[in-house]
Design a protein around this ligand. Structure first.
Ligand SMILES: *Cc1c(COP(=O)(O)O)cnc(C)c1O
Length: 404
């Protein structure tokens, strides 16, 4: 691999600008092929297109892949998180602790239940919620903790589960980035905590839109009813009736079911997941090797005892190394035809949460400081080695141009 050394390292005196890309490198295009197309067409020609045999099969294979106790397919990770909160009985008067470094859905669903989201700052290395910070915000009203396995790096689950056990709290894992990640030898989703996965277009496995809730079998029985109108066939079955038409509404549930069209894509994607993940790991390793000596960059870490899902590769610029800010850096990469993104605008900066709870930017100093200097570079299985080298060369080129 070509590794241009910056003048600061003194190994190259003549600057060689990278050859310009002809085509824009998209940040996170879906990795879908002919097999997924065929599976969808096959479903469309079948007598059943919504929740049916393909959803059942997808749940079974997903559960087996993770070694999860059970799995319930839904139409988004947001729906999975909301369903989990409802099934745990969380509502007005309750508090749920989560991280400011997440997508808004994690926190919006807490608001939907009428509970109050309480944020706890992140660890400066992984940007995952810091168990020590959680401990400082617990109150008699705290009912649950929602850790997010940010970028695909598992949160400190032993510490979080221990805190939860001591304080009689539930833990719901937001695993939108964490397929397939593992913590101390077990896949995320294999624990008993309700765990929510996303199959949104940009995620490691996609069904266009979709999600999965894993957890205990009995818990998921209730979740299945809540996620489909609150419809139950139990009473009827108990009396040995076999008629298909009868159901009872036992609570006002939600319309969160997955379709067989989505599940058909999911089944194919799950079979490919090992390969797709392997490619993510390779690209992440190329980045880490190429950027390791670059003093302007702080790189993602991989703690011992975990398997990283490598959903995102998040760079942070070190303080006082560049003459430009993050926004200008993104503009420079866009001009060089490299797509980027930012994960995430911290929750407490969004007007709704800022105004409702009166947050100052510095309320969560690590999240805020990281946000100001963070940037996600393309990491997806469709990238060629050349694409990855283009990202490396252009990132280093912008750094060289604007080094302080
Ligand atoms: C994508 C994402 C979600 C929401 O997933 P959907 O399937 O779009 O509902 C939730 N949490 C995090 C951290 C995400 O990145």
């Amino acid at each position: 691999m070509v590794r241009r050394r910056s003048p600061a390292h003194g190994t190259l005196s003549v600057k060689v600008p990278p050859t310009e890309r002809r085509e824009f490198l998209p940040f996170a295009p879906p990795a879908l092929g002919q097999e997924e197309i065929d599976a969808v067409v096959d479903t469309l020609r079948s007598p059943w297109i919504t929740t049916g045999p393909k959803v059942q099969r997808f749940e079974k294979e997903f559960r087996a892949y993770l070694n999860a106790p059970g799995a319930l397919a839904v139409n988004s990770c947001t729906a999975a998180l909301h369903t989990a909160l409802i099934c745990l009985g969380i509502g007005p008067g309750d508090e749920v602790v989560t991280t400011p470094i997440t997508f808004a859905a994690t926190v919006n669903v807490i608001e939907h239940t009428g509970a109050r989201p309480v944020l706890a700052d992140v660890s400066p290395t992984t940007l995952n919620i810091d168990p020590a910070a959680i401990a400082t915000v617990l109150s008699p009203r705290t009912r649950a903790i929602i850790p997010v396995h940010f970028a695909g790096h598992p949160a400190h689950m032993d510490e979080i589960d221990a805190l939860a056990a001591q304080n009689r709290l539930h833990v719901i894992e937001d695993a939108a980035h964490a397929l397939p990640a593992a913590y101390r030898g077990h896949r995320i989703g294999a624990r008993r905590n309700p765990t929510a996965f996303s199959f949104y277009a940009t995620k490691n496995l996609t069904t266009g839109e979709g999600g999965m809730l894993t957890g205990d079998v009995e818990f998921l029985e209730r979740a299945r009813i809540v996620s489909l109108h609150g419809m139950s066939r139990d009473a009827w079955k108990r009396y040995g009736n076999s008629a298909q038409w009868f159901y009872e509404i036992t609570e006002p549930g939600f319309k969160y079911n997955m379709t067989d069209i989505q599940a058909a894509i999911g089944i194919v994607q799950l079979a490919k997941l090992g390969q797709l993940h392997e490619r993510r790991c390779q690209i992440a390793a190329m980045y880490t090797a190429a950027f390791a000596d670059e003093e302007a960059l702080e790189l993602p870490v991989t703690e011992p005892g975990i398997d990283h899902a490598w959903h995102l590769y998040v760079l942070r610029f070190r303080h006082n190394t560049l003459r430009i800010d993050r926004n200008r850096f993104i503009d420079e990469l866009t001009r060089r035809r490299i797509g980027t993104s930012v994960h995430f605008i911290p929750i407490h900066l969004h007007p709704y949460y800022r105004d409702r709870y009166g947050y100052e930017p510095q309320a969560f100093p690590i999240a805020y400081d990281s946000y100001e200097r963070m940037l996600s570079i393309p990491l997806n299985p469709r990238m060629s080695d050349q694409d990855a080298m283009d990202v490396i060369e252009n990132v280093l080129d912008v750094i060289d141009e604007f080094r302080r």
